[in-house]
Write a new protein. Sequence first.
Length: 214
Amino acid sequence: MTKNTTILLSTAYFAPVKYFSKLAAFSNIYIEQHEHFIKQTYRNRTVILGANGPVSLIVPVEKGREQKIKIKDLRISYDEEWQRNHWRTIFSAYNSSPFFEYYADDLKPFFQKKTTYLFDYNQKITETLLEILEIPLEIKLTDEFQQTPEECINLRESISPKAHRNADDPQFVAQPYTQVFSEKFGFSPDLSILDLLFNEGPSAHSVLINSFRE
């Protein structure tokens, strides 16, 4: 891990490979919990690769159109059976991958148990993934919101599912690996960490490390 550098990230739902490359590379990570919710971001969505191409899985939230609520106070909506639908989609995409069965029991409970707040849900997911990936990182949470935080690299808006918002990052170079649908689509970079984990298993950590450039 890289020392003496503080990284500030947004919360994320099964965050992409680039996000996890930061968690693997830096030892001082903060997650923003006081910002207002921003729609169409990784805060409540992830992108996997299905038989017909990339698929966005979105966690519905209460008052989804209201952006003045703090992310830590944002409640998940269970008006629809999105958990079951997400797991079915993940199963369909990755059940034939080399390591799906190996990790399925660790991850399936996130699609069965209900968590009230999106932030808490994401934190539990990320902490579980850090354990699986053997990344010895203790994530810190922000005490307050700062528009321009001092003495840290602010990546809250830099890692985005929207191409026009996804800032160029010279410290990230996607490392190709074999994906379930590689023969059909070629390599699809920077998908959900689930894609890397199910396809690479214990080698996922090395892929993350090799994706980082000083």
